[in-house]
Design a protein around this ligand. Structure first.
Ligand code: DC
Length: 231
């Protein structure tokens, strides 16, 4: 099925604003959304709930393939995520879980275990795929590949504001450090490292507002893909 369904792949480092952009774009186009980072986060969370060692590739791959997860879309484009019958709230977005996710995501067996599950999101009328390797590995056939970047400081500041808005604890200096560490791990890993696909459109958002990023991305989508924009 995935061969016929249009895909817009949106890759980039953590905190660059892909999540909100992709949710918005999915609503505007009336397309499905894959939050691939959530699958890595859920793998780490499921392992932690069962007290399994994150360093063990075989056990982490087993957890990834057995993930009992449902994504229930709501009208805003955000989804309610249910893991093992229990709704996962904002804890999924914590920086600690992001780091744990980045750790398990470096294992080839974990990536392989999640590949099919990610491709299954590709259903008509189209898919917005948010991640690190959407354009390079998971959906190399994507009609439009975007790679968003922004300085680590700017990304830490955005993440800080997001966490505070959600009423969660945040420390800016610690976030800069965690983001830099996560960048180094995601970029440096041997399998599916974070990098733009050769045919990706790279967009540096450091100096751009959310509205400006949305406007540029929507213009590219209209240019490259047959879409119906929902007002
Ligand atoms: O996008 P995110 O912050 O929710 O992702 C959490 C971690 O998961 C990220 O640091 C690396 C990993 N990840 C990945 O390796 N490949 C993806 N396609 C998405 C996320």
């Amino acid at each position: 099925m995935s061969g016929m369904v249009p895909v817009i792949a949106v890759d980039g480092p953590s905190g660059v604003g892909k999540g909100t952009l992709c949710q918005w774009l999915a609503v505007r186009l009336g397309w499905h959304l894959l939050d691939s980072g959530a699958l890595y986060r859920l793998t780490a969370l499921a392992a932690q709930r069962r007290n399994l060692p994150l360093e063990d590739e075989t056990q982490m791959a087993a957890v990834a393939s057995a993930l009992d997860v449902q994504f229930l879309a709501d009208a805003s484009g955000a989804s309610r995520i249910v893991l093992g019958g229990v709704e996962v709230g904002d804890t999924l977005r914590s920086e600690t879980l992001g780091s744990a996710a980045s750790q398990v995501a470096a294992f080839p067996a974990v990536r392989a275990a999640l590949l099919r599950r990610q491709r299954d999101f590709c259903r008509p009328p189209g898919l917005i795929a948010d991640g690190r390797d959407m354009g390079t590995v998971v959906f190399p056939q994507a009609e439009l590949k975007l790679f968003l970047t922004a300085s680590a400081e700017q990304r830490a500041l955005r993440r800080y504001k997001q966490l505070i808005e959600k009423g969660m604890d945040a420390n800016l200096a610690a976030l800069v450090k965690e983001i830099a560490e996560r960048d180094a791990r995601d970029t440096g890993r041997a399998v599916a490292p974070l990098k733009p696909a050769a045919d990706a459109k790279v967009l540096d958002t450091t100096q751009l507002s959310v509205a400006e990023v949305r406007e540029r991305v929507l213009a590219l989508a209209i240019q490259r893909v047959t879409v119906t924009v929902i007002p």
